[in-house]
Design a protein around this ligand. Structure first.
Ligand SMILES: Cc1cc2nc3c(=O)[nH]c(=O)nc-3n(C[C@H](O)[C@H](O)[C@H](O)COP(=O)(O)OP(=O)(O)OC[C@H]3O[C@@H](n4cnc5c(N)ncnc54)[C@H](O)[C@@H]3O)c2cc1C
Length: 420
């Protein structure tokens, strides 16, 4: 057994599987706190494997989720508060511009009841200055072809954020702290191994890596890793298609949520050769409940789902469905994982749990819920590590780095289309 990584490094205190926002933030933090840390990911060649790079790039205020966590809105408001502040802290700590409290997004409500809830939530969360009804004449001009009569529009603090840049900065931070980066062409797999302190080895091609603990921050891929070890993954999946259109289509609003129709978009401004006209990333409520886990290459959006997606869109977008590109993100839904009050966790909530302990395995599984909470979830990972794993204070001698720029799925470098 080759229990070393290329370059002859000693094994790690912490091996992190996953190069999305959570894996990178966790590896960076672990190394900064003195752990010898390795981070492994699948390559992003041809298509990004991380859902962090396949999402809408939406800095969430959390207002959209309040009603989903119970009718009394208490848990939902706590989550929203956490989500928005975690997003601001993430941007601020990476030296990126933070939204200045001006309204950015727009929400079209279904009913007066929904508007009343929105205003009450905004007051409870300190957003009253931002969340206001927008005059039809103003919103007509800003929304261009998407504007429709007879319903009310409200400004919301949600804004797009440069997610690829966030990952790039986290990668630099991890590299500076001495994290060793490993990229694999094929998914790594885990096998039981009595000689490893964590009870298992991480197999990446010809190399086996052992560590005191493995942090599984592999998004949907976490399912396969836990199944390798015959550990119940406690998760299922929901496939959420996104449609990417080039250009901004005479729309000035950067984020729009149309509740009556059931769609939303995030507009990313033009940026250099890789995004010459900007892009609209459109999502709808056309989702697949409980899809099976499949490897990234095999994720497909069925024709029926594309047709359903199209139906949710206003006329001005429908014609673009054929020319745009689809990406198939997987939401990871925790099953049978509960918070301190006994509520089963919703998929937009962050969580960190030990798995496989009864079988002598040391696996820390983590999900951020939303990318906005990636760094917050990394702090939760570190709290668990510091409570259970000692640092060897034995820095890696010659850390390796992942090369190349980081891109979102809507950048021109990619041309894949996940539709069937
Ligand atoms: C359609 C959609 C839209 C979303 N929009 C937003 C949004 O706009 N804003 C927001 O805040 N959140 C959004 N989210 C949620 C957000 O994208 C995720 O919560 C977050 O990105 C998950 O980050 P992660 O680091 O846990 O996992 P990921 O980003 O999925 O990273 C997983 C990593 O693990 C690696 N990996 C997986 N399996 C293996 C393996 N076997 N071997 C080696 N490496 C492996 C992958 O290569 C990847 O590097 C969205 C989610 C979806 C599905």
């Amino acid at each position: 057994m080759a229990d070393v990584i290329p370059g002859g490094h000693p094994d790690a205190d912490v091996a992190v599987i996953g190069g999305g926002i959570l894996g990178l933030a966790s590896a960076a933090l672990a190394a900064q706190r003195g752990y010898t840390a390795i981070v492994l990911r699948l390559s992003n060649e041809g298509r990004p494997r991380a859902d962090t790079l396949r999402n809408q790039g939406w800095l969430q205020s959390g207002l959209m989720y309040v009603g989903r966590l119970g009718a009394d809105r208490r848990r939902g408001r706590i989550l929203a508060n956490k989500m928005y502040n975690a997003g601001l802290v993430m941007l601020e700590s990476l030296g990126l511009p933070v939204p200045n409290g001006e309204p950015s997004g727009v929400l079209r409500v279904r009913s007066q009841d929904e508007a009343d809830h929105l205003l009450a939530d905004a007051a409870a969360l300190g957003f009253s200055d931002v969340v206001r009804e927008v005059e039809p004449s103003i919103i007509r001009q800003r929304l261009g072809p998407v504007f429709e009569e007879d319903t009310a529009y409200y400004s919301i603090p949600d804004a797009p954020f440069p997610e690829a840049l966030v990952l790039e900065l986290l990668r630099m931070r991890a590299a500076e702290a001495g994290v060793h980066f490993v990229e694999c062409d094929k998914p790594v797999c885990l096998k039981k191994n009595d000689r490893s302190p964590s009870g298992h080895g991480i197999h990446c091609g010809e190399t086996t890596i052992v560590s005191k603990v493995t942090v599984i921050a592999a998004g949907a891929g976490s399912y396969g890793l836990l199944r390798d070890l015959e550990v119940d993954p406690k998760m299922k999946f929901q496939q959420t298609p996104l449609l990417v259109l080039d250009g901004c289509h005479s729309i000035e609003v950067p984020i729009f949520v149309d509740r009556p129709r059931g769609f939303s978009f995030v507009q990313h401004p033009a940026a250099g050769d890789h995004l010459p006209e900007g892009a609209l990333v459109i999502g709808t409520t056309a989702v697949d409940e409980d899809v099976d886990f499949v490897p990234f290459e095999e994720r497909k959006i069925t024709r029926a789902r594309v047709a359903e997606f199209r139906e949710k869109l206003p006329d001005c977008f429908r014609g673009y469905v054929e020319v745009g590109r689809f990406t198939a993100g997987f939401e990871v839904i925790p099953v049978g994982i509960f918070d301190d009050e006994g509520y089963e966790l919703h998929y937009v909530e962050p969580w960190v749990r030990w798995f496989g302990v009864d079988d002598g395995l040391r696996l820390l599984v983590a999900m951020p819920g939303r990318a906005t909470m990636g760094m917050l979830a990394a702090e939760m990972v570190l709290n668990e590590l510091e409570a259970h794993v000692e640092c060897s204070a034995n820095p890696l001698v010659r850390p390796e780095l992942w090369e190349g720029d980081i891109f979102m799925h809507f950048h021109r470098i990619y041309d894949f289309d996940d539709r069937e």
